[in-house]
Design a protein around this ligand. Structure first.
Ligand code: PLP
Length: 286
């Protein structure tokens, strides 16, 4: 479809969270393929607590005016009116995001009702293909946003990639039961088996803080990377943003990775995910 094709254009790129037009310009200058316009980055949503909602449309419009690259914005899971508003102001992609407080425990947005393409999060292949069936044009593995800790991002990518590998080696006759087991539509499971990958662009997200983290996501097989709190919660955002773009472009060249990783100053302060007080956004449902 047209929407899936639009998302394909982001391949090999870095999508950066920004909270001001100035940050958006820094991201564009650094080579970001898109920006995510927000009032608060996930690390601040965690720190401040409370209900996290769609950002002020006025701020999103200001950010749109500041850059020429595509602008994404987040709607709450199931909150199709927030998505209608984001479509009305002309955002290029809507992220139906678990980083915001979910609005519907049982239903995601029917994304077929929109012209704007959506990106949705997943932790495994079944979740990814349920979102694609609802009309998602792009998938991102969830990780744990705002933690600066890449361990959940790695878990979710390995889960999707491992499921796709197992599927590729499966007898066609076994796909019916497999689709039922992962609660995904048979036709999309079969299409994934034939393609040897998800039928839409698959980015990584949730905890990426360094160029090495970003290159790790790419070597694990992702098409690109979202960086949320990792850039503008670090010591030298412009430099780190450029370094992460370079790392995603040259992800399999350790010498370039060493170069771009040098002298970046302080990375964002991470969060220890074994602390039981740390909320898991990836699994949340009010
Ligand atoms: N992500 C979040 C944040 C949820 O609250 C839920 C459940 O309602 C899901 C994903 C899972 O949705 P599904 O099982 O339809 O993939």
């Amino acid at each position: 479809s047209v929407k899936v094709g639009l998302a394909q254009m982001l391949r090999g790129g870095v999508i950066m969270d920004v909270v001001t037009p100035e940050q958006a310009r820094i991201a564009e200058e650094a080579g970001a393929c898109a920006v995510m316009a927000l009032e608060r980055v996930p690390a601040d949503i965690r720190a401040q607590g409370g209900v996290a909602r769609m950002s002020d449309p006025g701020l999103i419009r200001d950010i749109k005016r500041a850059v020429t690259i595509p602008v994404m914005a987040k709607a709450r899971i199931g909150h199709f009116v927030e998505a209608q508003i984001l479509e009305a102001i002309g955002v290029d992609y809507v992220d139906e995001s678990e980083v915001l407080t979910p609005a519907d425990d049982a239903h995601h947005i029917n994304k077929h009702n929109f012209r704007v393409p959506f990106v949705c999060g997943c932790r495994d292949l079944g979740e990814a293909l349920r979102r694609v069936r609802e009309g998602a044009a792009m998938i991102r593995t969830k990780g744990e946003a705002g933690t600066g800790n890449v361990v959940e991002a790695v878990r979710h990518i390995r889960s999707v990639m491992g499921d796709v590998r197992a599927l590729r080696n499966m007898d066609d006759d076994e796909v019916f039961a497999y689709a039922k087991r992962i609660a995904a539509p048979y036709d999309l499971v079969m299409q994934t088996k034939q393609l040897g990958r998800l039928p839409v662009v698959q980015f990584a997200a949730g905890g990426v803080a360094t160029p090495a983290d970003a290159a790790l996501m790419m070597q694990l097989g992702c098409d690109g990377v979202f960086v949320g709190s990792g850039i503008f919660k670090s010591g030298d955002p412009a430099r780190r943003a450029r370094a992460i773009v370079q790392a995603v472009t040259h992800y399999s060249d350790p010498e370039i990775l060493a170069d771009v990783s040098s002298g970046l100053g302080e990375a964002m302060v991470g969060i220890n995910l074994s602390d039981p007080k740390v909320e898991r956004y990836a699994a949340r449902s009010e």
